[in-house]
Write a protein that binds this ligand. Structure first.
Ligand code: ARG
Length: 462
């Protein structure tokens, strides 16, 4: 009987895999993205096989030459990816057979696709996480630049979206610097976790060949080989780490985007966006819409969903490898493309924000934002408890509200109505600039603090 199955496992099969499953089960359209990592892994694996005298040197060199040729073919778009060969690993192996003949069969000595795929994927994730870290660096630097230009820009700080206390716009921007710094740290920590090399664990049990896993680990840029062969082919924590860090970073970006959208609204008018970051309407000629900010806010949903998908795929899966896990690449690649794009757009947005300084100052006097400063003044100068001072301040707000005045519009005589033995210098507390500069506690919004923080961060992000 003629064997119809042309797969590497064809010898055991009477029939070819169904064409229907070939269409859906093939991952080549997705994992061809790993071709460089796959070829690198194969070259290093072959070098190790030669070094350990597991295969003959001339056969090994032939394999390496063939692999390099394939790499060039793929780079030059001359490689024909075939669905019937399932994935990038088998596409390359099949092509190697057609270039160098039967000696290609020695490449898979002491290796399984199970360790091969995790090796490729980890190398790719390390590189891609580094790229995200780099882009977060650019984003942070632009935040610092904007902060430096706005140390003296006063705006209302919000809680519950109600005016709370005056702050510096720079201080607000620096809050995002802290978030993106932590995101960076998360991606860097992930790189540390990824740093164990899977290659050489075989299908799940290890191998009887005298391989040198330290050699391949080092050559592929890992710190050390993984310690347990079963865990190695089962583990996708590293993908989940990436998806989770991407989700948290996307969440930060979506908060930034949301604030930009609100502040740019006709109601708030706290900032203006450069036309570069706006689009028009097909029907309403007056419109300038903050589409880029909206898009990155929305794409956060994708990052969250992808994390959820991967968690669900892994949940309850027995050890070790199952085809379920093949979906990991599509999920992680999508998450990566999404978060990277969002970081790049966030960066453009930050560069193109112009604060409406007059409006910010005007609004920072609305909503009695210095009420707490007045209470603090009473505690500090009149030997009152904070709760007692709070009551007096509340009285003043009620008076100002009734008389339709902001706190800085009150006269000294009016202030005396709520407490009679005050010094005239009390009037300074209603000045928003003064209020900002009184917040000298570590991490507070005073100009002095901000300047120090910016110079410290600038040294960190040179
Ligand atoms: N394309 C497969 C994946 O990404 C490679 C591993 C295949 N291993 C196997 N035992 N079928 O999951």
């Amino acid at each position: 009987m003629k064997n119809k199955n042309k797969a590497v496992w064809g010898g055991r099969f009477k029939n070819s895999t169904s064409k229907i499953f070939e269409q859906i089960g093939s991952s080549i359209d997705i994992d061809k993205r790993l071709y460089e990592e796959d070829i690198l892994g194969s070259v290093v694996h072959t070098q190790m096989l030669i070094k350990q005298k597991i295969i003959k040197k001339e056969k090994g060199l032939k394999i390496i030459k063939g692999l390099k040729k394939i790499e060039i073919e793929i780079k030059k778009n001359r490689f024909k990816f075939r669905k019937k060969y399932e994935d990038i690993h088998l596409n390359i192996e099949k092509r190697l057979f057609s270039i160098i003949g039967e000696d290609a069969g020695y490449l898979h000595v002491a290796r399984s696709r199970n360790d091969q795929v995790v090796t490729d994927f980890k190398i790719w994730l390390k590189k891609s996480s580094e790229k995200i870290v780099k882009n977060l660096d650019i984003l942070i630097k632009n935040f610092l630049k904007k902060s430096n230009e706005n140390i003296h820009t006063i705006m209302p700080g919000f809680t519950h979206l109600k005016n709370a206390q005056p702050i510096s716009f720079a201080h607000y921007l620096l809050a995002y610097v802290e978030m993106f710094k932590r995101d960076q740290k998360r991606f860097n920590n992930n790189i540390d976790y990824i740093n164990e090399c899977p290659l050489g664990v075989g299908a799940l049990a290890g191998t009887s060949y005298k391989i040198d896993r330290n050699f391949t680990s080092k050559k592929l840029g890992f710190k050390k080989p993984t310690a347990n062969s079963i865990d190695t082919v089962s583990d996708r924590d590293f993908a989940l780490d990436f998806l989770s860090s991407s989700s948290i970073c996307a969440m930060h970006i979506s908060r930034l985007a949301e604030e930009i959208i609100i502040w740019n609204s006709d109601i708030f008018r706290l900032i203006k966006l450069n036309d570069k970051m706006l689009t028009g309407s097909s029907i309403m000629p007056q419109k300038k819409n903050p589409d880029p900010a909206e898009l990155i806010r929305g794409r956060t949903g994708k990052n969250f969903g992808l994390l959820q998908s991967m968690l669900t795929i892994m949940k309850g899966l027995p050890l070790s490898y199952y085809k379920d896990m093949q979906e990991d690449k599509a999920i992680v690649f999508d998450s990566y493309d999404t978060i990277l794009g969002s970081i790049i757009i966030a960066n453009e947005l930050v560069k193109n924000i112009k604060p409406n300084k007059e409006r910010m100052l005007f609004l920072s006097n609305q909503g009695f934002t210095t009420a707490t400063d007045f209470a603090d003044y009473l505690v500090q100068n009149h030997d009152l408890s904070f709760r007692a001072a709070y009551k007096i301040s509340a009285k003043l707000i009620n008076y100002a509200e009734k008389n339709k005045k902001t706190l800085n519009q009150l006269s000294f005589r009016e202030v005396l109505k709520v407490k009679n033995n005050l010094n005239k210098n009390v009037m300074n507390v209603f000045d928003v600039k003064n209020s900002v500069n009184l917040k000298t506690s570590y991490g507070g919004t005073s100009t002095k603090n901000i300047k120090k923080m910016i110079s410290r961060l600038r040294k960190e992000f040179k």
